[in-house]
Ligand binder design. Structure first.
Ligand code: NI
Ligand code: MN
Length: 229
């Protein structure tokens, strides 16, 4: 299984069965994106919330069998004849063909670009082939992250560090300490001026807490491995 960073909050997971799962597709207007929407088709698209920088290219990367997974309000926004949608809510999990997806809290807003309510913003926990991934979406720091850290053995954590709209490096390092992932991967930084950060600041703060960090360049792929018992 591999994870590719497509810049900002967009990641593509390719499972061992070659299923392509894209989280938060936003490529065409993203100055850091290594590819454009025409270059990929996803079997599953999972959306953390309704903001354009997380779901702007959703319908452009679908094929007739694609399933869009999101909270009910956002799933219904994307409901068309052309795609399948799977509505969920915070706290719920569902076993898909690729593995299990659960939506958890994120402290953030969620409105579509045309002003419709997008439901609650979410984080996404995926359990695929014995590997646990947690994409935090856009979020500020909140105490229940400690609970999530206790409940899950997180292997790969995709964590926003850009500040302004989400946690900055300091808060993100505290969240990473609580969540104890095997590897933390910073996201949602340097895409636009308001979220300019040096990811090495996050790296250093995490290192002091004993949390390993991998800073992925846009387009870079990471081979995902299950924990050794
Ligand atoms: Ni947002
Ligand atoms: Mn965002």
């Amino acid at each position: 299984m591999k994870l590719q960073y497509l810049a900002h909050a967009c990641f593509m997971i390719t499972t061992d069965a070659k299923t392509k799962i894209v989280i938060d597709p936003w490529l065409d207007q993203n100055p850091l994106a290594p590819i454009k929407s025409k270059d990929i088709k996803a079997d599953y698209i999972i959306l953390s919330h309704a903001h354009g920088d997380h779901c702007g290219d959703t319908l452009k990367i679908t094929h007739p069998e694609t399933t869009i997974i999101a909270v009910s309000e956002l799933a219904s926004y994307f409901k068309t004849q052309a795609v399948k949608t799977h509505a969920m809510q915070i706290g719920g999990s569902f076993e898909f063909e690729f593995g299990t997806a659960k939506l958890v809290s994120a402290q953030h807003g969620s409105m579509t670009f045309d002003g419709r309510y997008g439901g609650l913003a979410a984080g996404i926990i995926l359990e695929i082939g014995g590997i646990t991934l947690y994409h935090m979406g856009d979020t500020g720091l909140f105490g229940d992250l400690k609970l999530i850290g206790e409940m899950y053995e997180i292997d790969y954590l995709m964590i926003p560090i850009g500040g302004n709209y989400t946690m900055g490096p300091q808060d993100a390092a505290l969240a990473a300490k609580w969540l104890e992932p095997r590897l933390a991967i910073p996201m949602h930084f340097n895409t636009f001026p308001q979220i300019r950060q040096n990811p090495l600041d996050f790296y250093d703060l995490c290192e002091a807490e004993g949390v390993a960090v991998k800073i992925l360049e846009p387009g870079e792929e990471l081979l995902l491995k299950a924990r050794e018992e």
